[in-house]
Design a protein around this ligand. Sequence first.
Ligand code: BGP
Length: 478
Amino acid sequence: MAQRFPDGFFWGGATAANQLEGAWNIDGRGPSVDDHLTGGTYDRAREITVDIRPDMLYPNHDGIDFYHRYEEDIALFAEMGFTMFRMSISWSRIFPNGDDKTPNESGLAFYDRVFDCLRAHNIEPMVTLSHYEMPYHLVETYNGWASRELIGFFERYCATVFDRYQDKVRYWLTFNEINCGTVPFGDMLETGLMQGFEGSASDLENSLQNRYQALHHQFVAAGRVTRLAHERYPQFKIGNMDCFILSYPATCDPTDIMLNQQAMRKMNWFCSDIQVRGAYPSYAARFFEENDIALVIKDGDLDDITDGKVDFYTFSYYMSNIVGVHKLEQIPGNLTQGGKNPYLKATDWGWQIDSEGLRFSLNEIYDRYQIPLMVVENGMGAYDTVEEDGSIHDQYRIDYLRSHVRAMREAVADGVDLIGYTWWGPIDLVSAGTGEMRKRYGFIHVDKYDDGSGTYERRRKDSFFAYQKIIASNGADI
Ligand code: BGP
């Protein structure tokens, strides 16, 4: 069996505007939801998102200053051999309030420069239209995605950037990790926040009813812009983006098997069933009924969803979990409500490392959908040490990278149509879940610390060269 990836396989890295750009109020950009956060976490007992690091000074405001250093960073990506760079557009750079009638030219011009620089290095951009942020004004005035009016604002924003960048960008993703709207997480900026109606100016309750209604509006919006893209720009490929957290039944007790099937549907299948197949899945009606969810669905909504089927399926993959009815040992920091798997090790943040699970997930996803797949986030958040001579020996990250690339290679040999891999945070950036800089993912170190100090100098870690070798051999030499 061929131990390599298909020709033209995309190798690269993934980022999000609010976690790296900085320049939060420069050149006409309006504030976004994330500019109002320090480190946030979901308090399960109280069911609210709280600041855990009130001492932190809005880390997104400066990010890693990609806004002014993108040329240097993109040159480093090119040196690693990237053929794809996933990034997001900050909506409030284009429409500072979200409901403005005309776009902000300086914001549009910034992304022109970034895309031109990527193209000059033969790196294909892939753009997430909404990555965990929206203009803050939309939350204050409309309660974010809980309001139907957001659909129109999002359409205007997407139509603007599609038109502007039609010759520069071909790969687009609608909403980052849209399925995080279905589950309250442990250490993540909770979903209400991502949808824009909780932990912010909004006073709307973060109930299941409101969350699923907000999601419905996002599905309709994603469907409409996908249809628009297909009608006007045949060169575009539009994808969904899900946070895939594989779960295993904790025991072979049939009750655990059933429970896990439901957990898998809720966490991993619900949103992509809608965005890939173009309709609410058969199991949705019972779930809605049992949870007192009554969606307001207007004429045309379901057609928008059907017409907006995606061209390819993308997901983030960091860890797996176990679920079951018997008492489970917990791991501190574990992102979901699952338990400790005795066969796996976890990162310092309690994320259980499971490369075999990636091969399994790829096979499951491809069996279900039969469209091209891309792993658009995978990575390891860790504490790094800079040695006296400036080197950074991150063997743990190299091990994580290699094992996951091997797993993908096995999945390709299994017959999965996998077309790309973008490592999360190829350069250190601000953590989405905790707002920290000390949780580092990069192959490139950034001299920036949680107390705000640092020179922003970039340095190659050992993993930089490991990834470079993998890419140079198209995954043959791991
Ligand atoms: C994903 C998000 C990213 C990213 C990553 C790592 O869920 O799409 O934005 O940050 O997780 O998470 P964290 O930054 O919390 O370690």
